[in-house]
Design a protein around this ligand. Structure first.
Ligand SMILES: Cc1cc2nc3c(=O)[nH]c(=O)nc-3n(C[C@H](O)[C@H](O)[C@H](O)COP(=O)(O)O)c2cc1C
Length: 166
């Protein structure tokens, strides 16, 4: 099956998650292509889509939101998986409140097979001054909290689902 993996990232951490998903789905025997949401013009070559976004201030990146709005009808007609990446800190200290109601609304409108939340990465040297100030105010922890095994496991479940559809 042909799969579009399209990911909105600001500082690169979510793009790296997208790359792992694309590689895992490809290794499982499908053709997965990676592209940024703003660069995708046509979904007709694809049988399925994985849409991901980094989370900033409780919302997806603008390009993911635009993609979701522009392609809602086409996405309803094919298998769609969605992921959000943002929560920081050890897993036991992270709650869904990092995501918030705005993202719930996007997910509701898209009605994907699944919405997965992956922890994120925060590197002080990547951030601009205002981002550093926000991080100081909310006291978010710096570090890379992404779990590659969890990402690979999720991508394999997508590949299996698509194989079963063939
Ligand atoms: C200014 C700022 C605001 C953020 N807001 C949120 C948020 O509301 N919810 C969340 O889960 N993560 C939030 N994060 C964490 C990012 O989503 C996380 O660092 C993510 O891995 C960044 O992905 P990227 O490198 O692809 O941009 C925020 C990070 C920054 C710097």
């Amino acid at each position: 099956m042909k799969v579009l993996v399209t990911v909105a990232s600001k500082h690169g951490a979510t793009a790296e998650i997208g790359k792992v998903i694309q590689q895992t789905i490809t290794a499982a025997g499908h053709q997965a292509h990676l592209n940024e949401p703003g660069k995708v013009t046509d979904l007709s070559p694809y049988d399925a889509v994985v849409l991901g976004s980094a989370v900033y201030a409780g919302n997806w990146r603008p390009s993911a939101r635009k993609f979701a709005t522009k392609h809602t009808d086409e996405l309803h007609a094919m298998p769609l998986w969605v992921f959000s990446s943002g929560p920081l800190g050890p897993e036991e200290e992270v709650t869904d409140t990092y995501m918030g109601p705005v993202i719930d609304k996007h997910v509701e409108a898209l009605d994907p097979v699944e919405h997965k939340v992956f922890s994120g990465k925060l590197e002080q040297s990547d951030l601009n001054l205002s981002e550093r100030m926000i991080i100081r105010v909310v006291n978010a922890p710096y570090g890379d909290y992404r779990d590659k095994n969890e990402i690979v496991t999720w991508a394999k479940s997508i590949a299996d689902y698509l194989t079963d559809m063939e």
